[in-house]
Design a protein around this ligand. Structure first.
Ligand code: 3PG
Length: 415
């Protein structure tokens, strides 16, 4: 049974899609090369292909929608390349129409036969899909009013966008019986498991550069007792170092403070003072005028690029005894191979333990793929979600999941 905050969500197991038209909301939002328009990472498309493949196999007529980027940003592009990539992955033709709700899109939907796949263009071409509003409002949007009449079911597979209360996420569930796709189902089961598993210790390893959001996660998991320990890495670690009152080089301090709001800096201060379970690295690999060295955290010299060897040992030792591990954000500047040692070592330590391990963020796919098969097979789950995962771990409500629960209550799909 799939649940969200105690409410039931229906899945693809609860509906008969044979010969039915099904609207599938995926999240294939991917990094794009601004010069060539080429997609730089197609892992989300690979993930969603499993849901689409299953629907085709079950003889549904599958219409796929997604957003890509935000209006005026460089990665705000058409979904034509995504359709091509999806077509290559599935080995079947994916029709693409460069329209979302206009006559061309509606004609293509009407013509689609069971077993066929059609991808519409970027939903954020419509202003409605860029604004936050309640489901009732979005259920009356142009997007939902024009498309809903064509479909028997709405499948939300876009866990990574479920923190948005936008039309393509929350509008359809009030109009159509709506269920979770396989990607959303896998994500939610893995995240529920982190909370529900009774075994301890549960250790969160939190790094990366999304500082405000990560402070929210630290606060929620330590205050609620979900985490027994939080091991900070990456820029998050430097923030907590500063919050503890440790002096760091001026330019490092300026960089961190430019990425965190005053509110969350103060929150971080309070958290390190109140909770001994929030851990800070012992040392870092630093770069100073092009020279790399190990620097103790209390006398930091140069720019931290990765966690240092004593920290790797200290953290790995903790991970070896963990029963649940959640790792989100890299420990260092992993775009540069010289600074991948920390992240790689912690991932290895996590997988060598007997813990149920969840990784958050697409870059872990690459990290995990470098490991030998016996370790790879021990991965509990790799989430491709960014913001949505942080919202979930911070204990905030995800409108997309609430809308699915509500749809199940309205249409009584799975009881
Ligand atoms: C993401 O990558 O986090 C999702 O696709 C949501 O994108 P957004 O932040 O532009 O809403």
């Amino acid at each position: 049974m799939l649940t969200y905050m105690g409410r039931r969500i229906a899945t693809l197991d609860d509906v008969d899609v044979e010969n039915k038209r099904v609207l599938v909301r995926v999240d294939v939002n991917s990094p794009v090369n601004p010069h060539t328009g080429e997609l730089l990472d197609v892992s989300r498309i690979v993930e969603h292909s499993t849901t689409i493949k299953e629907l085709v196999k079950r003889n549904a007529a599958v219409v796929v929608i997604s957003h890509q980027g935000r209006p005026l940003d460089q990665d705000f592009v058409s979904l034509s390349s995504h359709a091509q990539v999806l077509s290559n992955i599935l080995g079947v033709n994916v029709n693409f129409v460069d329209d979302v709700i206009g006559p061309e899109a509606r004609r293509a939907i009407e013509r689609l036969e069971p077993g066929g796949i059609l991808m519409l263009d970027n939903t954020r071409l419509l202003a409605e899909d860029t604004v936050e509003a309640p489901p009732e409002v979005h259920s009356r949007s142009f997007l939902v009013s024009k498309l809903a009449p064509f479909f028997s079911y709405f499948v939300n597979d876009a866990f990574a966008t479920c923190h948005r209360s936008q039309a393509s996420i929350v509008g359809f569930p009030l109009r159509l019986p709506s269920v979770a796709g396989r990607v959303l189902e896998r994500e939610l089961r893995a995240l529920n498991k982190i909370i529900e598993l009774g075994e301890k210790p549960k250790i969160f390893v939190l790094g990366g550069a999304k500082l405000d959001d990560t402070v929210k996660v630290v606060k929620h998991v330590v205050e609620s007792g979900i985490a027994d320990e939080v091991l900070t890495t990456g820029l998050v670690a430097v923030l907590f170092l500063l919050a503890k009152g440790v002096r760091v080089p001026k330019e490092v301090e300026a960089k961190v403070l430019s990425k965190v709001s005053r509110e969350f800096f103060n929150e971080a201060r309070e958290l390190v003072a109140r909770f001994r379970s929030v851990k800070i690295p012992i040392d870092f690999i630093v770069e100073d005028k092009g020279v790399l060295s190990v620097s103790h955290a209390s006398t930091l010299k140069g720019t931290p690029k990765d966690i240092g060897p004593s920290t790797i040992e200290y953290y790995s030792n903790k991970l070896s005894k963990a029963k649940v591990i959640v790792m989100r954000g890299p420990a260092g500047v992993i775009e540069d191979p010289r600074f991948r040692v920390g992240t790689d070592s912690l991932v290895k330590a996590a997988l060598e333990s007997s813990a149920y391990t969840v990784f958050g963020g697409g870059h872990f796919i690459a990290t995990v793929s470098r490991l030998p098969e016996e370790l790879r097979s021990k991965v509990g789950h790799v989430s491709t979600a960014g913001g949505a995962l942080l919202y979930f771990l911070a204990g905030e409500k995800l409108p997309g999941l609430e809308a699915l629960a509500r749809s199940n209550e309205i249409f009584k799909i799975a009881i």
